[in-house]
Design a protein around this ligand. Structure first.
Ligand SMILES: Cc1cc2nc3c(=O)[nH]c(=O)nc-3n(C[C@H](O)[C@H](O)[C@H](O)COP(=O)(O)OP(=O)(O)OC[C@H]3O[C@@H](n4cnc5c(N)ncnc54)[C@H](O)[C@@H]3O)c2cc1C
Length: 570
């Protein structure tokens, strides 16, 4: 079923596989032709957004905006899987340009999810036909993670006793496309509560600051917006009802966070692939670095494993959204896990890619230095990693309480069933991670430890690791069974994914057990766990036993990454 506005987050099939493949190739060729590496470096150096290119990409020249727009408004009605593949591709080319393109989609999000049918016809059709660039204006100087603290106001203007419009006053901060957009969706506090308004560039009293001088994504325009008694007609109140703004923003986090997750994935792989290529030709100690186990198993393999674990989660959430599960924020926690895993993995991978290039990595020419600066933003925008940890931990904590501690024990049982069918995908070790997690959560409940915010957020990290391991094992099993969706990424075969999954699951099980021990005993000593036998509930023995075979599996992953058949040498 194609994406339509009525079923905004309901079942969707999107593009056919050939059209998607063609779109990916066209984007790659278009961006590489327009901005070869030297120009990319120059624009980064000059801190310049190639606005004409962004416009060309979001208009009929390339038509990326059509992917995001339902067919009934003249778009192509792309599915979440389509958007994931396209966003990953763009992020691999340049994260600044990818940010500009995605920002225009984020800017139209409040319309997509909150506007009346007439408003959608007006604004989405215009976007499809004319490639109008949008910006998404939520953040303020004093309202970032906590949007409820917003200060921008929308004061009704009365004409003949009825509301004819609003006067907007306030300031927006860090707005992508802020200086180049044609239209802006602005979150402001109306008498009925936070509400979205569509504002045209050039409206009297509405000005944009100069672009921010940023650490990375210097090819994207980020600017503050000033709203000084700006009049917007009543018809520009999204959805015609005040007070829906935060609800509308919340509704789509499952979706939008998956998109930013793909940015971490695309940029992380772009850096790592450069390191992989470099290491095959760089000779040190008499052989290419790619043959040095101490190099590959520190700087390449763990990062490939983490990125692929994150991909498994992204595809898992995308598939569920496309099956119609994401309505009304139902997959917000899963979206947060995807974002957290992928953006943290991408950031670490890019850092390792600099190290893998040695001194060359520290210079600009090899681009990994730029990618590292670029990818850093993905752990900040669209919800910081700490906010992701909080979102994940709060929800799963509730699940643990509601099920009287069964939530992760049930997940473990499911993974043990998978392990019985597929003993080679790390599902048994992922089950150990889930059992340990159930033990940690129960100890936290008994000791009332989540009163410490730090403990709560660390639980978010452990939950992401355990759920990531389970999801990766399932993806590896699907790949071995030939059951991966057609639109899934097929870079690695089932055998390679199984080895990667085993490496990730070992890490997750040990992490949950060791970090869990730390965060349970840290606040109040071993007695914090109450009467629970702490060490056995953390499955420390099982997590240690599962480590056997780790180096051999890392060898297998290295072989898969370098396309060779034997084990790597010391
Ligand atoms: C380049 C760039 C582009 C952006 N594009 C857009 C855009 O297009 N539209 C838009 O609306 N916004 C945009 N943003 C804003 C972005 O989403 C926010 O910067 C982000 O949500 C964090 O908000 P903040 O900067 O106010 O940080 P804060 O919320 O002040 O956070 C500061 C630190 O405190 C932590 N923290 C915050 N709250 C808590 C808490 N309760 N408990 C524990 N720790 C906490 C955070 O994790 C972070 O580490 C952009 C930002 C940047 C830098």
């Amino acid at each position: 079923m194609p994406l339509t506005s009525q079923n905004a987050l309901e079942a969707r099939a999107g593009l056919d596989t050939e059209t998607l493949a063609m779109m990916l190739e066209t984007i790659r060729d278009f961006v590489r032709d327009a901005i070869p590496d030297e120009r990319l470096l120059q624009l980064d150096h000059d801190d310049e957004c190639p606005a004409d290119l962004v416009r060309a990409m979001c208009s009929d020249q390339l038509g990326i905006q059509l992917l995001f727009i339902p067919e009934e408004y003249g778009g192509m009605g792309g599915s979440t899987m389509d958007v994931y593949r396209v966003c990953q591709e763009m992020a691999g080319l340049d994260l600044g340009i990818a940010t500009s393109v995605l920002a225009t989609f984020l800017g139209s999000d409040p319309i997509f999810f909150g506007a009346t049918p007439e408003q959608k016809t007006q604004w989405l059709t215009e976007m499809a036909e004319r490639g109008v660039l949008y910006a998404y204006g939520a953040t303020e100087p004093e309202a970032g993670s906590d949007l409820g603290a917003l200060k921008t106001t929308a004061t009704p203007v009365l004409t003949d006793g009825s509301v004819s419009g609003y006067r907007l006053n306030g300031r927006k901060q860090w707005i992508s496309n802020g200086g180049i957009a044609d239209k802006y969706t602005i979150l402001a506090s109306a008498p009925g509560g936070p509400s979205w308004f569509v504002l045209d560039r050039g409206t009297e009293g509405f000005t944009q600051n100069r672009p921010e001088d940023k650490h990375g994504i210097r090819l994207s325009n980020t600017a503050a917006l000033f709203l000084d008694n700006v009049f917007v007609p009543v018809g520009n109140l999204v959805g015609d009802v005040e007070g829906q703004g935060l609800i509308q923003a919340q509704k789509v986090f499952g979706y939008t966070r998956v998109m930013v997750a793909t940015f971490g994935l695309g940029a992380g792989w772009s850096a790592l692939d450069r390191a992989i290529t470099y290491s095959t030709t760089r000779i040190q100690g008499g052989a290419p670095l790619s043959e040095k186990q101490g190099y590959t198993h520190k700087l390449i393999v763990p990062h490939a494993v983490r990125l692929e674990a994150a991909r498994a989660f992204i595809e898992f959430v995308a598939t569920r959204i496309d099956a119609g599960e994401g309505a009304d924020g139902a997959l917000n926690t899963e979206g947060a896990i995807a974002k957290y895993l992928a953006t943290e993995a991408g950031n670490l991978a890019a850092d390792a890619a600099i190290q893998a290039h040695g001194g060359y990595g520290y210079t600009r020419e090899y681009l990994v230095e730029k990618i590292k600066r670029d990818v850093r933003i993905t752990t900040i925008y669209e919800g910081t990693s700490e906010i992701m940890e909080m979102t994940i931990a709060r929800d799963r904590w509730q699940q643990h309480l509601k099920t009287a501690g069964r939530y992760y024990l049930d997940s473990a049982a499911g993974l043990r069933a998978l392990d019985a069918r597929h003993p080679d995908v790390g599902a048994g070790t992922a089950a150990v991670a889930c059992e340990a997690l159930a033990g940690v959560l129960e100890a936290c409940r008994a000791g009332r430890l989540t009163r410490n915010q730090h403990v709560l957020l660390r639980l978010g990290e452990l939950i992401a690791a355990a759920e990531g391991a389970g999801c990766f094992a399932a993806r590896a099993a699907a790949a071995l069974d030939g059951d991966l969706p057609e639109k899934a990424d097929h870079r690695f075969d089932g055998t390679a994914l199984a080895a990667m999954s085993r490496v990730f699951a070992r890490d997750a099980a040990l992490k949950v057990a060791c970090d869990g021990l730390r965060w349970v005993t840290g606040p109040a000593g071993p007695q914090a766990a109450g009467s629970t036998p702490l060490l056995s509930s953390l499955r420390l023995d099982a997590a240690c036993a599962a480590q056997e075979g780790l180096i051999a599996d890392m060898d297998r992953v290295a072989d898969a990454l370098y396309g060779r058949s034997g084990a790597s040498s010391a």
